[in-house]
Design a protein around this ligand. Structure first.
Ligand SMILES: [Zn+2]
Length: 174
């Protein structure tokens, strides 16, 4: 016979392990926060080979972005040092491996930006309106995209993260 109390406890444990398994499958990663966090200030290293580990990291970063309602995320935000980020381009979460901004327009635009690593903070950031970015796709294909507006802004924000730069740095520069 099981008392009501222990039945509740068993139920609780069951539910808890279920959600733990779910978390594992979805691999939602912990987002590092705070403008002075060391990892957020670390310049990332180029990916040499797109291994299975990198692919898993990308999947987890996508899941984490969706779960946090973000428009993108960069490796340092999930405590990693690879030059990898995810950006919402044309409403699709796109992985960018070793992204490099090749060109920036002189035409700039100021918009309010938030960051998953700086909760509840909104800052006016001035950035070039258009960019050309070069990166590797998850299959290792070299791609070059000309982006404008929101897409260009998200990529610039994420590439900043890969250099250890946060939106608060833009605020002091303005
Ligand atoms: Zn950010």
């Amino acid at each position: 016979m099981v008392s009501q109390q222990s039945e509740n406890a068993a139920y609780f444990l069951r539910e808890r392990s279920k959600s733990a398994i779910l978390r594992l499958k979805m691999a939602i990663l912990t987002i590092i926060t705070g403008k002075d966090s060391a990892i957020l200030r670390t310049k990332t290293k180029e990916v040499q080979t797109i291994t299975k580990e990198i692919k898993t990291l990308v999947e987890s970063m996508k899941e984490t972005t969706v779960a946090s309602n973000g428009a993108g995320i960069a490796a340092p935000q999930v405590n990693r040092t690879e030059r990898v980020c995810i950006a919402m381009l044309q409403k699709k979460l796109t992985p960018l491996i070793n992204p490099e901004i090749l060109w920036r327009s002189t035409d700039v635009e100021t918009m309010e930006e938030g960051c998953l690593s700086l909760p509840d903070l909104w800052i006016q950031v001035t950035r070039p309106r258009e960019i050309v970015v070069k990166f590797l796709s998850l299959t290792g294909k070299e791609r070059e995209l000309k982006l404008s507006g929101f897409d260009a802004r998200v990529v610039q924000h994420e590439v900043d993260h890969l250099e250890g730069i946060l939106i608060v740095d833009h605020a002091t520069r303005n």
